[in-house]
Design a protein around this ligand. Structure first.
Ligand code: COA
Length: 708
């Protein structure tokens, strides 16, 4: 086997070079190779110092997350190596570049001296994986940088810029040429071996701050009682103020408790699922992209304007087109206001905002799109209008230009056909506000060319989006599942539950932990927007022909209860504060009477949870068996990146496996029996029933039986 680590000699200096692409993650093999290499250094008395450096784009970006699920994984071999490195009589110097994260920072802190290239970023992201650092990071970091800085890095997981790391004492120098600086330092330090700094032997500089830091840590832990990693931070930092070996033992036992915990397993699942979503089976990685420099946006409403911003923010030149100068001015006004808001919130400097806006040009004539390499059509969600626009775009756009139709529900294949060049077409479903929300559903039409799909997936990444491929169906992956969630939310309101009861269950981290329950979400997105879609769906004949189907939101729409924008929806709004809306309860009561729904409040919380969640999981099983989603983990990415599903629950399908498919099927059958199933809402998806009967996990399911 080829080693991922090599040892070279340059005169009397040894250089350990780690080369484990893409990010030099510390796999068990790499740790073994580092160990063997360090042994070789130890036994070569002719060298006076060791430099540790990495090939490629970054220093070690952390432990290898993909092996954390292996029950035999242990940080002990790395930790023992780090203690030996630190104890070395000859100086060890780490040369840092790129992202020095987690295990990477822990390796660096075991060295005696750290020299970083400009632009290096330094952090402890373990908390985002439901962990605390497990290779003495909780012990060496407070000794080098103090408790307050260590608490900040460990509890937020956010990396800091190298200048701050220098100020904090985490790195010793920033150098334009870190290689040369490291060689100088090696000679200097080798001359004074008695003065080598060993982090584990340094006293925590701000130990007097311990009570204050522990109080902050306790408050944070209390606010996240279902994410156990937060509760381990305080004790680890307290232990760093004492004996190193005892502190190491405190950290080791915390890490051992956390690594198999459900939130940690869920968070690593989401991390790997996010990246897996970029890979499309059958589409070779080598598929060439079509060149895209100039992007056109047709339709500059709230959505089109924000999409234009997403592209301009990523450096594309953007041409915005509306049907009239008035509409264009309104659209450009939205963009200008959004940028001003970002500047006000401190997210952008005025200069950055101006630079991004300068990448945009507006036109009131579709001919301006003739030069665009990619056009996103974001006109109003109306099939006739979309078909008309598609035909025009098919004619205006240059050969080879990609046409993306932005829609949350419409049939992308019909729109593609209307362009007369369906291979160039796919759908995009941006989430609102499009310049902020991370998720992008990329809808692959029946005829979408492979290079068109590959191009848009890559561009999405450049735009900072998490893109997930969906097939064509009503609502694609996310909204199709949201539809059954909303259906039950409204059905329960007719039965007598209040929006706050239902949202309270969805948002309760002890049960679930959604960022927003269904009613709060729809009030924010606009009841009118949601209702119009449902009304169209029913009208098309495809949606349920059930007079009581989502009758609550359809009636709210007619009565002008459109949510936050009208000051009243499921809730009544005073400013941004949501208060109970008595009119809504009355309306639900009237509708229940009119549709023969018996009132049975209060509904048990368990029932509210199950009726929101289980139909979604069931729908997801159908989405998988129809091939709409490429794999189960893509569904989890859609929900965690786009709908406020807590990542520490892993997404709906990860959560389904945690609950157990057998239980879900049994409860679906139970609700069919107690609520009636005349409309088939409680029919269990054949795939779900089959997996439940064999004790399989839905997360492991693949259409081909190959690795997901
Ligand atoms: N372990 C295993 N694989 C990792 C990894 C890790 N710690 N960090 C990144 N990778 C892999 C990704 O899965 C991806 O693989 P793929 O190309 O097969 O999909 C590849 O490295 C590139 O990562 P990606 O995130 O797509 O690249 P990026 O340039 O946007 O970001 C990092 C690079 C390092 C900033 C980012 O990957 C990151 O934050 N990684 C996690 C670091 C971490 O949490 N470390 C602590 C672990 S305890």
């Amino acid at each position: 086997m080829i080693s991922t680590v090599t040892l070279n000699r340059e005169g009397d200096i040894a250089i350990m070079r780690i080369d484990n692409p893409p990010v030099n993650a510390l796999s068990p093999a790499t740790v073994r190779d580092m160990d063997a290499t360090f042994r070789a250094f130890e036994s070569d008395a002719a060298t006076r110092a060791l430099l540790i450096e990495c090939a490629g784009r970054t220093f070690i970006a952390g432990g290898d997350i993909s092996v954390f699920d292996d029950p035999s994984f242990s940080p002990a071999p790395l930790n023992a190596l780090l203690d030996r490195i630190e104890a070395s009589e000859r100086p060890v110097i780490a040369i840092l570049h790129g992202t020095v994260l987690g295990g990477g920072l822990e390796v660096a802190m075991a060295a005696h001296h750290r020299i970083a290239a400009p632009g290096t970023r330094i952090g402890m992201p373990e908390i985002t994986l439901g962990l605390v650092p497990g290779s003495l990071g909780t012990q060496r970091l407070p000794r080098l940088a103090g408790l307050a800085t260590a608490f900040e890095l460990i509890s937020t997981g956010r990396p800091i810029e190298v200048e701050r790391a220098l100020e904090a004492g985490i790195v010793d120098a920033i150098a334009e040429n870190p290689q040369a600086a490291a060689r100088d330092a090696a000679h200097r330090l080798a001359a004074q071996p008695a003065r080598l700094r060993r982090a584990s032997r340094i006293e925590v500089p701000d130990a007097a701050e311990l009570p204050a830091v522990l109080a902050d840590a306790a408050r944070l832990a209390a606010s996240k009682p279902h994410q156990p990693a937060y509760a381990e931070i305080g004790p680890c930092l307290a232990a760093a103020c004492g004996d190193h070996a005892a502190g190491a033992a405190v950290e080791a036992s915390a890490f051992a408790r956390l690594i198999p915990s459900a939130p940690a397993r869920a968070l690593r699942h989401v991390f790997l699922a996010d990246r897996r979503a970029q890979r499309i089976p059958g589409l070779p990685e080598a598929t060439e992209s079509r060149p895209v420099a100039q992007v056109g946006i047709l339709g500059v409403g709230t959505m089109g304007g924000a999409i234009a911003m997403a592209f301009a923010n990523a450096g594309f030149a953007v041409t915005l087109v509306e049907t009239s100068q008035d509409a264009l001015d309104r659209g450009l006004g939205i963009v200008a206001r959004n940028y001003a808001a970002s500047v006000k919130r401190g997210r952008l400097s005025e200069a950055e905002a101006a630079e991004r806006q300068a990448r945009m040009t507006g036109h009131a004539d579709m001919a301006a799109l003739a030069d665009a390499d990619l056009v996103v059509e974001a006109v109003f969600e109306d099939m006739e209008l979309k078909l008309d626009v598609a035909a025009k775009l098919g004619a205006v756009c240059k050969p080879g230009a990609i046409i993306a139709t932005n829609t949350s529900t419409l049939d992308v294949d019909r729109i593609a056909a209307a362009t007369g060049r369906p291979t160039d077409v796919l759908g995009t479903h941006f989430f609102s506000p499009a310049h902020v929300m991370r998720l992008l559903e990329v809808v692959r039409g029946r005829n979408t060319a492979p290079d068109v799909l590959a191009t848009v997936m890559r561009i999405a990444r450049r735009n900072g989006k998490t893109a997930v491929v969906s097939g064509v169906c009503y609502g694609f992956i996310g909204n199709r599942m949201a539809e059954v969630y909303m259906r039950e939310s409204e059905a329960m309101q007719l039965e007598g539950a209040s929006p706050a009861d239902i949202d309270g269950v969805a948002e309760d981290p002890a049960l679930w932990g959604m960022a927003m329950g269904p009613s709060r979400m729809l009030d924010m997105a606009g009841v009118d927007v949601g209702a119009r879609t449902v009304i169209e769906w029913i009208k098309s004949g495809e949606g349920p022909q059930d007079p009581s189907y989502r009758i609550l939101c359809r009636t709210m729409f007619e009565e002008g209860l459109h949510g936050q924008k009208t000051g009243a929806g499921y809730y009544r709004y005073e400013g941004r504060e949501a208060l109970p809306n008595p009119a809504l309860g009355d309306l639900a009561g009237r509708l229940a009477a009119g549709h023969g729904v018996s009132r049975r409040a209060p509904l048990p919380r368990e029932e509210m949870l199950e009726r929101l969640l289980f139909p979604m999981i069931n729908e997801a099983a159908t989405i998988l068996s129809e091939g709409i989603a490429l794999r189960p983990s893509d569904i989890d990415v859609v929900w965690t990146a786009g709908y406020g599903f807590p990542a520490w629950r892993g997404g709906p399908l990860f959560m389904a496996d945690e609950i157990g498919l057998g239980r879900i099927v049994a409860r679906m059958d139970h609700y069919a029996a107690i609520l009636g199933n005349a409309r088939g809402y409680w029919n269990v998806a054949p795939l779900l029933r089959q997996l439940a009967s064999t004790g399989a996990r839905i997360s492991d399911w693949t259409s081909t039986g190959e690795e997901a």
